[in-house]
Design a binder for this molecule. Structure first.
Ligand SMILES: *Cc1c(COP(=O)(O)O)cnc(C)c1O
Length: 404
């Protein structure tokens, strides 16, 4: 069972992952039967996870050439790529366009690449999407990540850059604007955010008389969080808005889930390896670091549970405060304060929950290398990434014999 495996390690519970995937797919199928799921690579591109979503019918949503190449390496064809973001390479941009994948334009540079490509192949037709940058904050005050300031991505609707981009593309005789991309990040991940995004899609469709093959709402949903929306809460509302201007016969709904799909199914198992008292403060030194589960240093609380060491028979006094810290040599590597709880001792385990998104993909190679990842299926634990070793770390380094 789990307790024999040396910590630290991540565990992905496959039945839970499948349940969330099916919940998403079913909710889409019921509300907008013409849908496509593009899994957000940046949220967690662990190869096992990517293969899981691929087997279940997802396309790859990528935002860089490296992610594009990873998608290709893991078996996606160019037409199964949704290519977003400001940092595409020209070659991969062209590959996806030529194969009929989904390219959502984000910059003037990409308009130039498109113009050149379409000009050089006048007998071919091309379909593109455009990412719209718009004032979501006005529609949902206090809810967006960028707040009153503007977002950085896509073509700004309010300043006319979006209209300029539309005009530029419409001058190209063999290019069609086939899609809109409206991903926006929000603090709340509320149903209202997605209602507003769907409303904006309609607004743009009406203003520019688009005939769209797809509307891409992006990612940013909640999933597996107590008291927060789940997939079935979003899509009836989104479908109601979209059906004012679109129909599933003509227009595909694309979603790009990341964290909502994988959060609930992923845990991180750590152990206390030392305790120390310094000026009246009890520190618990653990083999998991804040860098493993909060690499962007934004969390102020964690969901977790504790497994007390089985063979420890002494009575555990209640401690006022125990500061749970990581193994690294940085003072900020403190995870949380455990208040008025039984004393923890070396060998006790702290298991963090809901840690699937923006953790493995953002882990640094700092002091310890990447921890192992297991996939759990009922009682079976399957290793899907072994712990990284110095051999993995030195890959790509160039050292001559004399330097070694
Ligand atoms: C980050 C991102 C996603 C996924 O976001 P989650 O919050 O993980 O659901 C999807 N699409 C785009 C364009 C993104 O940048």
């Amino acid at each position: 069972m789990t307790t024999q495996i040396p910590t630290p390690y991540f565990v992905i519970d496959e039945p839970t992952l499948q349940r969330y995937y099916d919940m998403l797919a079913d909710s889409l199928a019921q509300n907008w039967p013409n849908y496509l799921i593009g899994y957000s690579f940046k949220t967690n591109s662990l190869p096992w996870l990517v293969s899981f979503v691929k087997r279940n019918g997802s396309y790859a949503e990528v935002v860089s050439e490296d992610e594009y190449l990873l998608a290709k390496y893991l078996g996606f064809s160019d037409h199964e790529i949704i290519y977003n973001g400001p940092y595409k390479s020209r070659k991969s941009f062209e590959n996806v366009l030529l194969a009929g994948g989904y390219v959502n334009l984000d910059s003037r540079q990409e308009l130039e690449w498109l113009t050149a490509l379409a000009g050089s192949m006048p007998d071919r037709t091309f379909k593109v999407g455009i990412r719209a940058n718009f004032e979501l904050e006005k529609m949902c005050p206090g809810e967006t990540t960028m707040g009153e300031a503007s977002g950085r991505f896509g073509f700004c609707y309010e300043t006319g850059r979006f209209a300029d981009a539309v005009e530029t593309i419409r001058r190209l005789p063999n290019v069609q604007i086939a899609g809109l991309h409206l991903h926006s990040s929000s603090k709340t991940r509320s149903v209202g955010i997605f209602r507003a995004i769907a409303r904006m899609a309609c607004h743009l469709q009406e203003e520019f008389s688009f005939t769209l093959e797809y509307v891409d709402l992006g990612g940013g949903y909640c999933g597996g969080m107590e008291g927060r929306p789940e997939y079935p809460d979003y899509f009836p509302v989104v479908a109601r808005e979209l059906s004012r201007c679109f129909s599933p016969d003509q227009t595909r709904l694309i979603v790009e889930p990341g964290i909502s799909l994988i959060s609930k199914c992923t845990t991180f198992v750590t152990s206390v390896f030392d305790t120390r008292d310094i000026k009246g403060t009890r520190y618990l030194m653990t083999d998991g670091s804040r860098f493993n589960i909060d690499p962007t240093m934004i969390k102020n609380s964690h969901l977790f549970h504790i497994e007390y060491k089985a063979d420890y028979t002494k009575k555990r006094p209640i401690m006022e405060q125990q500061i749970v810290s990581g193994f690294t040599c940085m003072e900020v590597d403190r995870l949380f304060t455990h208040t008025r709880q039984p004393e923890l001792v070396p060998g006790d385990r702290i298991i963090y929950e809901n840690v699937g998104g923006y953790t493995m993909s953002l882990n640094p190679l700092f002091i310890q290398y990447f921890p192992a990842v297991y996939v759990q299926n009922e009682e079976k634990m399957k290793l899907v990434r072994r712990k990284w070793t110095p051999e993995d770390y030195v890959q790509g380094s160039i050292l001559t014999d004399e330097e070694l």
